[in-house]
Structure formats: C-alpha cells, structure tokens
Design a protein around this ligand. Structure first.
Ligand SMILES: *Cc1c(COP(=O)(O)O)cnc(C)c1O
Length: 422
C-alpha cells in the first residue's frame, strides 16, 4: 500500500493527479510522497519499539534536501558516505550527533569536516584510514569516535553489485583481523572506540543473512569484552529489500523483531542504516512518450527519461514496474521502453507488456524513490530532472529541473584557445 493509486483510470499521488503535476513542471520528473516516506519511517521505528536505537537514513538512497529535512524532523539521523552528503544533511538540519560516516575512501578534508561537525561515529574501513583519522583528530585537537566496520563474510544472496559483506568485497575489515585493529585503536590518542559496524548488502529479501551477520558480530563482541574493550554501539547497517516485481522481502516488523531478538540483549545501542526501504516505494519517475518506433519484430517506446535519470535498469538489469498515467482502454503489446541516450543499455523496461502507447502519453516508472535521482548524471549533456514532493493535496518543486546554463556553470574556455587561429 502506498500513496500512488489509480482513481477512475488516472494515476494519483495523494490527492494530486500525476498528469496535472506533469503539465505544471514538465517531464521527466521524480515525484515523492511525503506521507509514504513518513509512514515507512513510522513502521520501521515501530518495529524497534522498546529498544535503545538510532536510525540513520542512508543518504545515498535519496539525498533530496526536503526529504532529508523531513526525516530529520522525525528524529532520524544519517549514514553519509562523502563530504557532500555530510554537507547536505547538516544543511537539512539533521543533528550531527545522529550522523555516522561510512565508506572506504574518506579524504582528509572530509574527515576534518566530520570531526569539526562532531558526528556520532566514523565507521572505519581500513587500518590506514584509522591512522589518518587519529592524526587529523590530534591536529584539530578533537576526539574521533569510531566503530570498526567488519566484513562478516556472509552471503546476502542479492545482486553481486550490491553485495558488500563477502570476503571478496572491498568493504570493511576482515572479521578475523578486527580484534587486532581494536587493540590498536584503543591505544590511539584522540580516538574513542565506540562501536562495531557491519553492512552486508542491499535489497536483501531474507532475514537469515542479517542474523548470520549478527551471530558473527556477537562472537567478536564477547571476545572484545574478554579483552576489556566495551563497546556502546552496534551498527547493523541497512539493506532490507523492497518489492519491485515479485520479491517478498521480510516486512520491517519481521526484520526489526528478528534483529532485536538477536541483538537486543547485548546492552548496546543499536544503529540501523536503512535506505531503500524508507524511500524506494515512496517515489516514481514520470516521463512522456516521445515516439513509438516499430522495427522488424520489435516495438520501441521512446520516452524523455533515460539512463542518466534512472540508471538501475542499465546498471543492475533492475526491474521497475511501468504504469500508464492515464489508462487507455485499447489493447496491449510487448515493447521495450527506452530513453534518448546513445547507448544500447539505455532502457527502462524490456519485453514488457503494456497498454498501447503513443506520442504524448505519460508513463510512471514505479519504485524509483531510492537510487534514482542520486545516481543521475548529465550524460549526453542532459539537464537533471526536476524533483517534486507531494503532501496530500499540495506539491512542492523541491529541486528545479537543471537548465542548460547549469550544464556549463563550472566550465571555462581558456583565452588561449579562443586566441588561436586555425
Ligand atoms: C548503501 C548502504 C546502506 C543502505 O542500504 P539500503 O539497501 O538502501 O538499505 C547502509 N549502509 C551502508 C554502509 C551502505 O553503503
């Protein structure tokens, strides 16, 4: 159940017709439902009721400032993976004490920025990173709260590109090597060893890999206790999947109660880093049909959104349901829905049975609220799409469509080039 529903053959977000929004802001655009985002947060929080925890939204799933501000107002923190994300969540008013910083490649300037902001915790992914962090904290005369991200070597049984907790992945520190790292970390000046962290992958559709990871983390926690290293936080990452097509991921309440049962009795504050499950099904990408084109044996529906707007189909061969914004009574046909970009991988759906579409029709690419706009690019010098946030009977243009001037705003032509003849 979400806020995107058909009434008398027309797709709505809350009380607003998608067609009316399209007429107002143009296409393509992302449309997010604020009530749906809020409901997802409440359901997630409800599943962890009674347990000391902090939810830190994984900003890479959706970094729109208005979305981040809405989450912040609900007491949600942030899991950031870059200085840019840190900048955005601070700008959105998220409490620095609720920010964790993950990622294998934190630069010195990014580390300094996070130390200055006073974030909750750095999730450390390598020995060198820890050394650099300790040195920067010393120079800035700050204390650096850390967790070590361990790689528990469990198979999340998801797409290989979004699995992160296997030995062969670049993420975290091998769980068998973590004990030594902790022993080293507690001896560092300016470093406060606060927690243990893992994140095993994304779009998980079973509880079991999460529980396997928790079991391995618990072994490490008790081993650390024996060494007199007492941790306050256990960060269990994100990764809970959503339904794009036929997946049946655990409901957040099932996930939450399983996690609480597994880790709730450690006396540690639990941290969760959900991304997709909060915003994925709270957003759609709306696009207009430019052309239909029939070749021998294939029909292409060419739309004005491309892989630069939504790369998941091209990148992961991901499935997104395609809805027709104004339903049409006439027949169905099997088509490829493709974008205008000069790449064969520029498709939104392949061999999909859809109502017969023609020039001017609007389509909605469903479940596009996570890893949609955040992965958008200017490839083919296409301005990025607009983002709209709907709250019942109101919509807000929360990110205007880029202009052509935006495309060149950072670029300069050296005088020397213009002075040269040919
Ligand atoms: C991507 C990521 C998340 C969020 O993953 P979802 O599948 O969107 O919940 C959380 N933590 C870390 C470290 C990540 O890299």
């Amino acid at each position: 159940m979400n806020d995107f529903v058909y009434r008398e053959g027309r797709l709505y977000c809350g009380d607003l017709g998608i067609e009316e929004i399209a007429d107002s802001v143009g296409t393509p655009f992302y449309c997010y439902s604020l009530p749906t985002i809020r409901r997802h947060v409440r359901v997630f929080e409800e599943s962890l009721r009674g347990v000391d925890h902090q939810t830190c939204f994984a900003v890479k799933a959706n970094a729109n400032l208005a979305v981040l501000a809405a989450l912040g107002r609900m007491g949600i923190g942030a899991d950031v993976v870059s200085g840019g994300e840190l900048f955005k969540v601070l700008r959105a008013g998220i409490d620095p004490g609720r920010i964790v910083y993950s990622g294998v490649g934190k630069r010195v300037d990014e580390i300094d920025m996070a130390l200055t902001a006073g974030i909750l915790m750095f999730n450390i992914e390598s020995e060198q990173e820890l050394e650099v962090l300790a040195a920067r904290a010393s120079i800035l005369n700050k204390r650096a709260p850390i967790a070590i991200r361990v790689n528990p070597d469990v198979d999340p049984e998801t797409h290989p590109y979004i699995s992160t907790g296997l030995k062969e992945n670049k993420f975290g520190i091998d769980i068998d090597a973590a004990l030594d790292q902790y022993r080293k970390a507690v001896r560092l000046d300016h470093v406060d060893v606060m927690g243990l962290d893992c994140h095993i992958g994304s779009q998980l559709t079973e509880v079991k890999p999460f529980l396997d990871a928790v079991e391995r983390l618990k072994v490490l926690v008790s081993r650390l206790e024996e060494d007199g290293i007492h941790l306050r936080y256990l960060d269990l990452g994100g990764g809970l999947g959503i339904t794009y097509e036929h997946e049946e991921p655990p409901h957040p309440s099932e996930y939450g109660s399983a996690m609480v049962k597994a880790a709730g009795d450690l006396g540690m504050k639990l941290i969760f880093e959900p991304g997709r499950v909060i915003v994925g099904n709270a957003g759609i990408l709306v696009s207009r049909v430019l052309y239909r084109k029939e070749t021998s044996g294939k029909t292409f529906i060419i739309v004005d959104a491309g892989m630069n707007d939504l790369i998941r189909p091209a990148f992961y061969n991901a499935y997104h349901e395609i809805g027709v914004v104004v339903e049409k009574g006439i027949g169905r046909e099997k088509v490829d829905v493709v974008g205008p970009i000069c790449e064969s991988s520029d498709f939104l759906a392949k061999d999909r049975e859809l109502p017969v579409l023609d020039r001017g029709d609007l389509i909605a690419v469903m479940s596009a609220g996570a890893y949609g706009f955040t992965m958008a690019s200017n490839y083919n010098s296409r301005p990025k799409a607009a983002e709209v946030l709907v709250d019942k009977d109101k919509f807000y243009l929360v990110n205007r469509r880029q202009t052509y001037d935006d495309l060149t705003s950072g670029e300069t032509i050296p005088d020397a080039i213009m002075e040269e003849g040919d």
